[in-house]
Write a protein that binds this ligand. Structure first.
Ligand code: TLP
Length: 347
């Protein structure tokens, strides 16, 4: 039985072209800035996001942490959504290692922050207060089911932050999903943020890595922070080579993952006891809930036996993510297996 793994787009394997590029990569010591393949990937990333410079980082988590550490000082406060990956899923690194206070405001179902909430959360000058220095956004928004922040919204909220002297970091782990879905360049979505990070190891299928992008001056400081965190890599061209192939060949095909996610969502919505936990599926993430008639533990056990993997998100909430290694027929097969399980366990 074929395992259909919908836990995350992080499970994608490198393509044969990536493996060839890795084998043949020209390398050097990147801590000395001498790895031509890393330098090429960084230049491509800067170009794609419309920023002056970029830095190759081991993971999305380290990219966000490096951004927070570079933009802030210990004791600062940063504002972010209560569903932000930085807040929920990065081991509290911003607080533990960056010494910043994470002040959350609610994310709406589209991954947005209400500008009025953000404005209220920005601290005034008062000897008792920490200084607010950074706003973090996320596009697409993981917890909000791959929801997209539009360029108009991003401009508005970044404008507000900038008027109050804050910098903005955009966690764009899946920014190319947003770009492809909207039909705009990623640079348009990142234009108003001071820094943006994106992952090559998710839908883009490279095995490792993220890029942090911003001004030359910001990236110079971020390079020191990355070294401090132990993230200075040496012949990293071996993995950067796959990233170059990812940026060259994997972006446009994300549209297929989006179509498959819509197909999956439509099918799930027709299964008794399952309801979608989001109004629309905009990219490659589908969040769904089980009603009380489908016990969560039976559902998980049933799916495991049927070879379908989805992510349990606490309570009766689940996440399914489409990606390059999931075809349209895999979606239909997964739906058939989920329907079988739900029939067997329904109370
Ligand atoms: N997200 C992973 C898990 O951590 C949940 C996933 O499977 O979706 N920002 C966003 C928006 C992310 O979704 C992720 C990874 C990261 C940052 C961190 O990237 P990595 O896993 O490379 O550290």
């Amino acid at each position: 039985m074929k395992i259909i793994d919908l836990r995350s787009d992080t499970v994608t394997h490198p393509t044969p072209e990536m493996r060839r590029a890795m084998f043949e990569a020209e390398v050097g010591d990147d801590v000395y800035g001498e790895d031509p393949t890393v330098n090429k990937l960084e230049a491509m990333a800067a170009e794609k996001t419309g920023k002056e410079a970029a830095l190759f980082i081991t993971s999305g988590t380290m990219g966000n942490l490096t951004a927070v550490l570079t933009h802030t000082h210990h004791g600062n406060e940063i504002i972010l959504g209560d569903g932000a990956h930085i807040f929920l899923n990065e081991v509290g690194g911003a607080a533990a290692l960056g010494g910043v206070v994470m002040r959350t405001v609610p994310n709406d179902s589209h991954g947005r922050l209400d500008p009025a909430d953000v404005e209220r959360a920005i601290r005034g000058k008062n000897i008792h207060y920490p200084e607010t220095t950074l706003l973090c956004l996320e596009n697409t928004h993981n917890r909000c089911g791959g929801a997209i922040l539009t360029p108009q919204y991003t401009r508005e909220i970044c404008g507000l932050a900038h008027r109050h002297g804050l910098k903005v970091h955009l966690d764009g782990a899946r920014i190319f999903n947003a770009a492809v879905a909207l039909g705009v360049p990623a640079s348009t979505l990142a234009a108003d943020a001071d820094s943006v990070s994106f992952c090559i190891s998710k839908g883009l299928s490279a095995p490792v890595g993220s890029l942090l992008c911003g001004t030359k001056e910001f990236i110079e400081r971020a390079r020191r922070v990355r070294k401090m965190l132990g993230g200075g890599m040496r012949q990293a061209g071996i993995i950067a080579a796959a990233g170059i192939v990812a940026l060259e060949t994997m972006i446009d095909r994300l549209a297929e993952d989006h179509a498959n996610a819509k197909r999956l969502a439509a099918g799930l919505g027709n299964i008794k006891g399952i309801s979608l936990a989001q109004e629309t599926v905009e990219t490659n993430i589908v969040m769904f809930d089980l009603s009380a008639e489908l016990p969560v533990s039976d559902f998980i056990a049933g799916l495991t036996a049927q070879g379908v993997k989805v992510g349990a998100r606490g309570g009766n909430l689940f996440r399914a993510v489409t990606h390059r290694m999931i075809s349209t027929s895999d979606i239909d097969e997964a739906l058939a297996r989920i329907e079988t399980v739900s029939k067997v366990i329904r109370k």
